[in-house]
Ligand binder design. Sequence first.
Ligand code: HEM
Length: 262
Amino acid sequence: MSKGVTYGDYLRLPELLAAQRPQTGEHDELLFVILHQTMELWMKQAIHEIGAAQSEVRSGNLVPAYKHLARVSRIQAVMTQTWDILATMTPADYLNFRNLLGTSSGFQSAQFRVLEYKLGIKDDSFLKFHDAGSDDRTMLEDALNAPSLYDDALRQLAKEFDIPKSAYERAAGAPYMPSEVVEDAWLAVYRDTTKYWSLYQLAEKLIDLDDAFLTWRHKHVLTVERIIGRKRGTGGTEGVGYLQQTLTRRAFPEIWSLRTKL
Ligand code: HEM
């Protein structure tokens, strides 16, 4: 910190602490706002770390990438714990201000989709929730069209195994399609961990991320059911039913499926 810069200046605390603007006098609304904002901040950090991990993996520097990926897992764990704070808000507390939210929902979180896209869960149907030309839309399109962390990992796997380029170089934005060739390659890594130690480590770091992401999703669904039951979501989906379907989304499918065959 340079001389004359205060703690508050450096951290932009006046702006940060002025950004919580509950619209009602309801006690729990501040908690609701802060929980969303802190999750968005953690998502920002996770996206930053995944970007750094991707550059390392792409250059073949797997060991430095592990550090970034381990940090993402810890961030995800903190995000999951956050649901326990939210669960102290009862359905009655939430109903006091829910009608104010209109059609807004975490469903429209641009950073959440960027996180999915960067990991490898590419689904362009979410673009339409963001206005064409807006900053969010541009950020989403960039993440959708760029190689994912899984693409970068598969490029490294292809240095050791015969994997068609089409596995990790698809048309921009195209979703990843799991294949037996890729599964066989990961299987070989897990069958000889000594020989393929760095790829094996990478695969375990990746499954840590998928696991932690799914745990976050799980706890979200559970907390949502606890607070609104089976009501429709403010974002327009059927609510809990929709969120349960998202539990099948996997960023690194073959790293899961190989386990059955091992
Ligand atoms: C009372 C608290 C909450 C309730 C009742 C709730 C409810 C829901 C529901 C019903 C959906 C499905 C979309 C819709 O129709 O709205 C959803 C999606 C989502 N929510 Fe929440 N939520 C809550 C808190 C949070 C918080 C604190 C976050 C943190 C950012 C969050 C992030 C998300 C995300 C990212 C999605 C999209 C999930 C996906 O499409 O995979 N939610 N939420």
